[in-house]
Design a protein around this ligand. Structure first.
Ligand SMILES: *Cc1c(COP(=O)(O)O)cnc(C)c1O
Length: 372
């Protein structure tokens, strides 16, 4: 087995779902987004764990992701968050997946696909309240909801929107979120006034789950919260989080070698030994999803001590400076990031991105190891 592994701490994941349950209350549904292989944590394993811990619904991007779960025996409701392609509709119908719909033409296509298979399809209507991505205009929501409700082949299972800046504590962003919620609530009211049951009303991503209880409605959809991070460290500088990161990127010290003062390490000769030292080689690189921008700008943890990355991160390897008299020994375990060290959020901060991109970026070359 390869030395580099993503350790998934099941205990932290379970605690985070419990924390979400506490925050959401007993009567609200919890939908856990497991798209993009559960933000890199492994969709199937994570789905099983969170459902066992009391999550109600899963959400993925498309039917390929959903079918991977269905084919492995996941029977829970699965929301499809992206706009699916018409050719995915038969699969959505037969596997009882729940697409988000935003327009009359696609609602029509969905009804035709359901009729063709002689099986009703539940959909959720997406309303664009200001993200300007998917969703119908709020003014049209009651008409589209009516169209869904009228079709004997479709069932309106819910109504949703998505928030642009719910993770920001900037006053103008808070006002923007309030405005999005006002627009969304207005549309939901119009659906009810038109005599249509909106089903499950939902809006809250992790940002709203943390900062906007008025966005909880009937169901919350916290993703990054469940994986143990704040959505954006910069936007919410200093905010406390009661959940724990779930992923640790771990490797081993594969080689230890002596390097003399003045000798350069790795491509580009960007790191030169200031004195005689020992260099450790770790078989993890940007080919595993370790951001190359951490070159000369990260520490790893070995036997409770930190050591700086020396030189550029390569595709399959990186080097660390172990010092003149290293405590570290060959084959020692190395933590590159993890819950009790620099976290994926810490790596994200240093590389100018968000923790989502760091955990999603740890790719399929890296086996996921689930610890209790
Ligand atoms: C990914 C996603 C979420 C979860 O977002 P987080 O920021 O991870 O909480 C919620 N809703 C939709 C529509 C999404 O695409």
């Amino acid at each position: 087995m390869r030395a580099t592994q993503a350790i998934i701490y099941t205990k932290n994941l379970l605690e985070n779902v419990r924390e979400a349950r506490k925050r959401a209350g007993e009567n609200r549904k919890i939908c856990v987004p497991v798209k993009a292989d559960a933000y890199g944590h492994g969709a199937l394993a994570v789905s099983r764990i969170v459902l066992e811990a009391g999550a109600d619904i899963l959400a993925v991007a498309d039917t390929d992701e959903a079918n991977e779960l269905r084919n492995s025996g996941i029977a829970a409701p699965i929301l499809l968050l992206s706009q699916i392609m018409p050719e995915e509709l038969p699969s959505a119908v037969s596997q009882e997946l729940v697409p988000m719909v935003s327009d009359a033409a696609f609602i029509e296509e969905a009804a035709v696909a359901a009729k063709h298979l002689n099986k009703q399809l539940t959909v959720h209507l997406k309303i664009d309240s200001g993200l300007r991505r998917l969703g119908c205009r709020a003014d049209d929501a009651h008409l589209l909801a009516g169209k869904i409700a009228e079709s004997r082949w479709l069932c309106l299972g819910g109504v949703a929107t998505h928030l642009s800046v719910s993770d920001s504590l900037d006053p103008s962003d808070i006002a923007y979120t309030k405005e999005q919620l006002r627009v969304f609530c207005g549309a939901v009211e119009n659906i009810k006034k038109a005599g249509v049951d909106p089903g499950i009303v939902h809006a809250a991503n992790s940002g709203a789950f943390l900062f906007h209880p008025d966005a909880y409605f009937d169901m919350v959809r916290p993703g990054i919260f469940i994986y143990g991070y704040l959505p954006d460290e910069v936007a919410i500088n200093g905010a406390e989080l009661s959940v724990k990161p779930v992923m640790e990127l771990q490797s081993k010290l594969a080689v230890i070698k002596k390097v003399k003062k003045g000798e350069a390490v790795s491509y580009g000769r960007t790191w030169v030994a200031a004195e005689d030292t020992f260099i450790g080689v770790i078989p993890a690189g940007y080919g595993d999803g370790l951001p190359r921008r951490l070159s000369n700008d990260h520490q790893v943890l070995i036997r409770g001590k930190t050591y700086p990355i020396a030189g550029r991160i390569c595709m399959d390897q990186c080097m660390v400076d172990l010092g003149r008299e290293p405590d570290a020994q060959r084959w020692d375990e190395v933590t590159i990031f993890g819950p009790d060290f620099i976290t994926a959020a810490g790596v994200a901060k240093k590389t100018g991105t968000i923790p989502y991109e760091i955990t999603c970026g740890i790719n399929k070359r890296v086996p996921r190891i689930y610890l209790p």
